[in-house]
Design a protein around this ligand. Structure first.
Ligand SMILES: [Zn+2]
Length: 319
C-alpha cells in the first residue's frame, strides 16, 4: 500500500526521486519579487515559473481592510506573504482566506492567527480538519518538503460561512462562493465582481491539465469532474476579465472555457469507452495521448491518466 501511495503521489505531484532525499522546501517558498498588480488594489504573487507546490497568492487592498487569499506552503512562505500584506495594509485590518485545504494553499494559516480574521467555508474547514494531518504527513515524507511541514499546525478559522459570504474592504466588496465538491470538497471561488477579477484556486491551472486527486489509500476520492466543469462554466458566464489560477500565469475567461472543455472531453472519452466495454487500462492507454494532443503546450500531462481513472470510477462503476 505504501508503494502505491508513493507511486501515485510522485507521479501526480511531480515529485522527483531525488525529492525524497533532498529537502525541496526552500525551492517551494513564495517569492515576493514575483508580485504584480493586476487590477486596482489587487496584487498577485504570481507563479510565473509554474513551480509545483508554489501557488498564486492574491492580496486585495480596500480603503479599510486587506484580504489575503492563500498562504503558500508552510510558515516561511506564510511569513513572507504576511509581511507583504502588512506592507500594503499599513494600519488597515487584515483578513485571510484560502482557496482550499491543500497544503501549498493553506498550511501557513497559523502565521496569520491573531494577526488577521481567518474565514473559510464550512466544507473547507471540515475537510482540512479531516484530511489535513494525512496530507501534512505525506507532503513531509513523500514530496520532499519535510522542513516546510515540520512546524505546521492546522488552525481553525475565526469565521465560517456556508454558501456565500462577502467582505467589504472599503470601496471594494469581495465575494466568497462555495459551490459544491470539485477539486476538493471545499473549493472556494473568491471574486471582485465590480472589477471582473476571480480567484479560482486549483479549480483552474493555466497552461496545464487539471489536477484531479484520487487517493483511495488516503481515503480521498471526493474529486468530482462533473461539478468541476459546471463551476467553471458558471464562473465563465460572469464574464471575468482577470482569472487568477491556483498555479500558473494569470489568465482570462478563455482559460476557464478551455479547462471546462477539456474536462468534458475527458468525461466523454471515458463514457464512450466504458460503453464499448473497455477496461480502465485500455482507456488510459488510448485516451491519454488523444487528450494530451488537444493541448500540446499544456503541462502536467501525467495527471491525465488519473483524470481518466476518476471518470472511470464515476461513470463506469456499474459495469
Ligand atoms: Zn489543490
Amino acid at each position: 500500500m505504501k508503494k502505491r501511495i508513493a507511486t501515485a503521489l510522485s507521479l501526480c505531484m511531480m515529485a522527483s526521486a531525488q525529492g525524497a532525499a533532498k529537502d525541496l522546501s526552500a525551492e517551494k517558498t513564495i517569492r515576493l519579487e514575483n508580485m504584480t498588480r493586476v487590477s486596482e488594489g489587487v496584487y498577485v504573487i504570481e507563479d510565473r515559473q509554474h513551480i509545483m507546490l508554489v501557488p498564486n497568492i492574491t492580496i486585495i487592498v480596500g480603503r479599510d481592510a486587506v484580504l489575503v487569499v492563500d498562504t503558500g506552503l508552510g510558515t516561511d512562505s506564510a511569513q513572507r506573504v504576511l509581511k507583504a500584506a502588512k506592507k500594503l495594509a499599513g494600519r488597515r485590518k487584515l483578513y485571510l482566506t484560502v482557496t482550499h485545504f491543500h497544503p501549498e494553499h493553506g498550511f501557513g494559516a497559523q502565521v496569520f492567527k491573531g494577526q488577521a480574521t481567518i474565514i473559510y467555508n464550512r466544507a473547507q474547514r471540515d475537510e482540512m480538519l479531516q484530511k489535513g494531518p494525512g496530507y501534512q504527513s505525506l507532503f513531509a515524507t513523500r514530496l520532499g518538503v519535510a522542513k516546510a511541514m515540520r512546524d505546521v499546525r492546522l488552525v481553525a478559522p475565526d469565521v465560517v460561512y456556508d454558501d456565500v459570504a462577502s467582505i467589504d474592504l472599503g470601496g471594494r466588496v469581495v465575494k466568497l462562493n462555495y459551490y459544491k465538491p470539485a477539486h476538493t470538497l471545499g473549493d472556494q471561488v473568491v471574486s471582485l465582481p465590480d472589477q471582473g477579477v476571480v480567484i479560482m484556486g486549483d479549480l483552474l491551472e493555466t497552461g496545464s491539465f487539471p489536477i484531479m486527486p484520487w487517493f483511495p489509500e488516503l481515503g480521498d476520492t471526493d474529486v468530482n469532474p462533473l461539478n468541476w466543469r459546471d463551476i467553471l462554466r458558471q464562473v465563465a458566464a460572469t464574464q471575468p476579465q482577470i482569472v487568477i489560477p491556483g498555479h500558473g500565469r494569470i489568465g482570462s475567461r478563455a482559460d476557464l472555457d478551455a479547462a471546462a472543455q477539456h474536462i468534458e472531453q475527458a468525461r466523454e472519452a471515458v463514457a464512450s469507452g466504458c460503453a464499448a466495454g473497455e477496461t480502465l487500462g485500455d482507456l488510459q492507454q488510448e485516451a491519454t495521448p488523444l487528450l494530451a494532443a488537444q493541448h500540446p503546450d499544456w503541462q502536467l500531462k501525467d495527471w491525465i491518466a488519473m483524470e481518466i481513472q476518476v471518470n472511470h470510477a464515476r461513470l463506469c462503476r456499474q459495469r
